[in-house]
Design a protein around this ligand. Structure first.
Ligand SMILES: [Mg+2]
Length: 277
């Protein structure tokens, strides 16, 4: 099978030891069956204490990301599919927020997204605006399988069509269709975060940051980072993936995340050159 990633256990020490940080998807990569298991949580702390820059990357709303950035041991978080990053400014002891779009544009976008929402609900009456919409800053999330439905494939297609007819970008996750204005994505915002906050220019970021995820919506990031890792549950998507991860863990979901963190910490400890930022 051409898409078969290499088992993580076979990754060479010197490759893993160059990792400066781990960027991780949240749903079904860090969480297991919708919860953060104690093992994954302990691994996040272990990685942070070992000096790795831990960066959450998600489509989840700004309100959730604010909490993640404030309370979790992370260097920062990229949220709403790349609309922003939030990061700690350690010196000034405050949270820094950087957006892909200006404040004026975001206000204008919000009005346009309200129009998109009305068109979607008219065209697909069974669709609903997501329950987490009030906590979002930059995008519109239409629910098709979280608190409603699930809607049919045709209905989801129709939602996407209506969004695109308004000139918006639309992305289907496992529960929502997200839509936004502007040419940004998780990859562009993560590279900006790396440059701004970790002092890693793009070429270095691509080599020295690990990215771990679980599904087709992680593909652009698997393609970006040479240290790309899928947790075991990515396996069912491999046949249809254009950009599979380079490595795969034995464990699924949060257990896979922990396995990766252990491997990176071990590799860095084994070489003096491995390293921090
Ligand atoms: Mg995921």
């Amino acid at each position: 099978m051409t898409n078969e990633p290499m088992p993580l256990s076979k990754a060479r020490m010197e490759i893993l030891s160059r990792a400066a940080g781990v960027c991780f998807d949240l749903d079904d990569t860090f969480t297991s069956s919708g919860k953060i298991a104690s093992e994954a949580w302990r691994s996040l702390w272990a990685a942070h204490e070992a000096g790795l820059a831990m960066v959450a990357v998600t489509g989840r709303p700004a309100g959730w990301c604010d909490l993640v950035c404030r309370y979790w041991p992370v260097a920062g978080v990229v949220g709403e599919n790349g609309a922003f990053y939030f990061a700690h400014d350690k010196k000034r002891r405050r949270i820094v927020r950087r957006f892909a779009r200006s404040a004026r544009k975001r206000e204008e976008d919000r009005r346009r997204l309200d129009e998109v929402a009305m068109s979607v609900l008219r065209a697909v009456p069974r669709a609903r605006i997501s329950a987490d919409q009030p906590f979002r800053i930059a995008d519109l999330a239409v629910d098709f399988a979280e608190d409603v439905g699930p809607l049919t494939g045709e209905e989801v297609e129709r939602v996407v069509e209506v969004m695109r007819s308004h000139g918006a970008a639309a992305k289907v996750s496992s529960i929502h269709v997200n839509c936004w204005f502007g040419r940004y994505d998780k990859q562009s915002m993560l590279l900006r975060f790396a440059r701004d906050r970790l002092d890693l220019e793009e070429a270095d970021a691509r080599r020295r940051l690990v990215y771990v995820g679980d599904s087709p919506n992680d593909e652009p990031l698997f393609a970006t980072f040479s240290l790309s890792v899928g947790v075991a549950n990515v396996r069912r998507f491999l046949p249809e993936m254009k950009a599979p991860p380079a490595f795969i863990t034995k464990g699924a979901e949060g257990a896979g995340f922990s396995e990766l963190v252990r491997a990176v910490i071990r590799a860095r400890a084994s070489t003096k050159s491995g390293g921090g930022l």
